[in-house]
Write a protein that binds this ligand. Structure first.
Ligand code: MN
Ligand code: MN
Ligand code: MN
Length: 290
C-alpha cells in the first residue's frame, strides 16, 4: 500500500509590490485581497523607503491563505546612479528605522524643492500634493499624477520628461544613502538584500556586471531575475548575472496599481537553473515568518 504523500505546496511567490504607503494605488488590505484572489501564497510588501504598510497587510492576510513577507525598497546611490534595493524578511531594528527615517526626510525635502521649482516654471499650487499625502511622503509619481490632473501635461511620461525627470525643469538630485549602507541596514534588521529590476536602469552590460560585483561584494544576496516587465531575453541575461556573481534569484511583479498591465503574482517562472532566494534563505517562506 502506498503511503499518501503530503501535498507539495503550490508556491506562488511575489517578492516586490507597493501600497499607498508609498506610490501604490491600493491600500495594504486591498493589495493583499488582490494578491490572494490571484493565488499568491507569499507576498512581500516593499514600499519605497518605508515599512508603514506591512503591519496592515499582515493583519489583512490573516483572513487569507497568503503570507506577507515584511519588506522595503530602498533608493540608493551607486557611482552617481539611482539603484533600488529590495530588503526581504525584515524584523524591526533601530538602525533600519533610523535609516528609513533619513530616506523619508530626503523625500520630504525633495517634495518641497519640487513645489518651488514647479512654481518657478509657471506651475503653481503643487503643495496640494504634499497636503494630500498626510503622513506618507510624496514621491515623484504623485507629482506626475497631479500635473496630469491639472492639465499641465498630457500624461505621466510628459510629466517626467518636462518636469520631474533628470532633464526636467523641476529635477532634484536625490540625496539617497549608498548602496553599501542600505545593504547593511537590511542585514542588521535580519533581512536579505535583493538588487531590484536590473534592466530598469538603462545600463550597459559592462556597467550591470560592475553593479552586480559591487552589490555581491557588499554582501547582497540576490537579484531580481524575473519581474512583471522582464522580457525572456532579460530573464536569461539576469540569470547569467546571478550565476556569474553568486547571487540567488528573486522574482517580484513590482505591482503598483490596477490597469497597468501588471498584477500581483503575475510572473514568468524562474528558470530551472536559477537558485531561488527562498532556497538560499528558507526563513522567508517559513510559516511563522523570518
Ligand atoms: Mn514606485
Ligand atoms: Mn524600483
Ligand atoms: Mn518597486
Amino acid at each position: 500500500m502506498q503511503i499518501p504523500q503530503a501535498p507539495v505546496a503550490n508556491l506562488c511567490v511575489d517578492l516586490h509590490a507597493h501600497t499607498t504607503a508609498s506610490d501604490g494605488a491600493l491600500s495594504p488590505q486591498e493589495l493583499v485581497e488582490r494578491a490572494a484572489v490571484r493565488g499568491v501564497t507569499h507576498l512581500a510588501v516593499t514600499d519605497h523607503d518605508t515599512t508603514a504598510g506591512v503591519a496592515a497587510a499582515q493583519e489583512a492576510a490573516q483572513q487569507t491563505g497568503l503570507r506577507v513577507i515584511p519588506g522595503v525598497e530602498v533608493s540608493t546611490l551607486w557611482q552617481g546612479r539611482e539603484i533600488h534595493l529590495v530588503g526581504l524578511g525584515l524584523r524591526g531594528h533601530p538602525v533600519l528605522e533610523q535609516g528609513l527615517a533619513y530616506q523619508q526626510a530626503q523625500r520630504w525635502e525633495r517634495a518641497e524643492t519640487i513645489v518651488t521649482r514647479l512654481a518657478r516654471n509657471g506651475v503653481a499650487g503643487a503643495e496640494a500634493v504634499i497636503d494630500q499625502r498626510g503622513a506618507d511622503a510624496p514621491g515623484r509619481s504623485h507629482f506626475a499624477e497631479w500635473l496630469v490632473a491639472q492639465g499641465a501635461v498630457r500624461d505621466r511620461q510628459q510629466a517626467f520628461k518636462r518636469y520631474l525627470g533628470r532633464q526636467g525643469r523641476a529635477w532634484v538630485r536625490p540625496g539617497w544613502v549608498s548602496l553599501e549602507t542600505a545593504v547593511r541596514w537590511v542585514h542588521v534588521a535580519g533581512g536579505r538584500a535583493v538588487l531590484a529590476h536590473p534592466y530598469a536602469y538603462g545600463m550597459t552590460g559592462a556597467w550591470l556586471r560592475r553593479l552586480c560585483e559591487a552589490f555581491a561584494g557588499a554582501g547582497g544576496e540576490a537579484i531580481e531575475v524575473v519581474t512583471g516587465r522582464t522580457t525572456p531575453t532579460q530573464v536569461r541575461d539576469a540569470l547569467g548575472l546571478s550565476l556569474r556573481h553568486g547571487l540567488a534569484a528573486s522574482c517580484g511583479s513590482d505591482f503598483h496599481a490596477p490597469g497597468t498591465g501588471l498584477e500581483p503574482g503575475h510572473l514568468a517562472p524562474l528558470p530551472v537553473s536559477a537558485r531561488p532566494v527562498w532556497d538560499h534563505a528558507p526563513e522567508l517562506l517559513a510559516p511563522d515568518g523570518p
